[in-house]
Design a binder for this molecule. Structure first.
Ligand code: PLP
Length: 379
């Protein structure tokens, strides 16, 4: 079946108890045993819950996985995936990562005796050269935030497969609609469902999706052992949001591309970083591995002052962190999402005072363009 149909039906047959069409919220911590020594299908919500199972079965279907796991946050999904590693293991990560993942790797993972190596994975030779006998995992994130760099997932999966290295892709920015890492040979697809999958800026949640049964076993064990799963009520909210994921993503893709093209024409704008534009150096890779780019991208104004003025003057775009909701947001990585990255590292990455990141929502695009135009004083 196709994604639009799976989003609505996968994992969600009418409830066996009363035929409820929406999966009920099984808001219970524990389940009655059928007899001594004989639990029913579920026994305790940390290890399993029917509402969570409905969401996880739907997520697995959306990315062509065999199993999915949902977590209390995107970071809980990150922590659970990294718990696959043992002391003495080496993990290679792309050098331009979500800040929370970077913070976890450098403050928690390294203290557990795992070595973390950073490499620019746009350069496949550099990636190959960085692999060591102890390398057990390669961690990608594409497109990256806020620089919109891509990594070639099929090529990276091929490099890892020969060496039996687990590959992970943080697929948050693309969503399952725009990119399916497992189809490209990646082992684990990770999401902050806080963003596009839930899509309504009212839940914090994460997910891991896999095809391999052995990995599924290990992640299921860790989800229960670490106690990181998502609550039944939040599973219900995400299931409610997920039904419109395909039509929301179509609107995000089209709105953002139209706004990126408009921005490119504005004299006050120095550069637009959107992999759907002809000017983007990785446009061909984007076309190969993504259906669309999503609603989030960045651009640079001519000056830092002009960027601040734009942020102060927009009315429809809300000045806020996060992304992926139906409403449009705007933010300044220099003073907001990336302020904790040391200044020289920010500059080296290409983040400066002039950069603005927007999460384009699903409002009418002309209203959004008019708002940006009045804020730039361009008409
Ligand atoms: C937001 C985000 C996360 C973390 O997710 P939370 O739900 O905030 O814990 C991880 N990766 C990316 C790319 C994100 O945007």
């Amino acid at each position: 079946m196709r994604l639009e149909t799976l989003a609505i039906h996968a994992g969600q047959p009418p409830d066996p108890a009363y035929g409820a069409v929406m999966p009920p919220i099984y808001q219970t911590s524990t389940f009655a045993f059928e007899a001594v020594g004989k639990p029913g299908a579920f026994d305790y919500t940390r290890s399993g819950n029917p509402t969570r199972k409905a969401l996880e079965d739907c997520l697995a279907a959306l990315e062509g996985g065999s199993r999915a796991f949902s977590f209390a946050s995107g970071m809980a999904a990150v922590a659970t995936a990294l718990a696959l590693l043992d002391a003495g293991d080496h993990v290679l990560v792309h050098d331009d990562l979500y800040g929370g993942t970077y913070r976890y790797l450098t403050n928690v993972t390294v203290r557990q005796g795992v070595e973390v190596g950073f490499v620019n994975m746009r350069d496949l030779d550099a990636l190959q050269a960085a692999i060591r006998p102890a390398t057990r995992m390669i961690w990608t994130e594409t497109p990256t935030n806020p620089l919109m760099n891509l990594q070639d997932l099929a090529a990276i999966a091929a490099i890892a497969r020969d060496r039996r290295i687990i590959t992970v892709t943080d697929n948050t920015f693309a969503s399952p609609y725009n990119q399916r890492p497992l189809d490209l040979g990646i082992d684990i697809s990770l999401h902050s469902m806080t963003k596009y999958i839930n899509g309504h800026s009212d839940v914090i949640a994460g997910a891991l999706i896999v095809r391999d049964e052995g990995l599924a076993e290990r992640l299921g064990f860790l989800q229960n052992a670490l106690g990181t799963p998502l609550s039944p009520f939040d599973c219900f909210l995400v299931l409610r949001g997920i039904k419109t994921l395909p039509i929301r993503m179509e609107a995000h893709n089209a709105n953002a591309l139209a706004i990126a093209r408009w921005l490119q024409e504005q004299p006050a704008v120095a550069e637009v970083l959107h992999p759907g534009l002809d000017s983007h150096p990785q446009r061909d890779l984007a076309a190969r591995q993504m259906r669309g780019i999503g609603g989030t991208f960045s651009f640079r104004m001519q000056t830092g002052d002009a960027a601040v003025r734009l942020l102060e003057r927009v009315k429809l775009f809300t000045l806020a962190e996060s992304l992926g909701g139906v409403e449009s947001l705007i933010e300044h990585p220099w003073t907001m999402t990336h302020v904790s990255v040391p200044e020289d590292a920010r500059r080296r990455m290409g983040i400066d005072e002039r950069m603005i990141r927007i999460s384009v929502g699903i409002e009418h695009r002309d209203d959004l363009i008019e708002d940006l135009a009045q804020a730039m004083g361009a008409g």
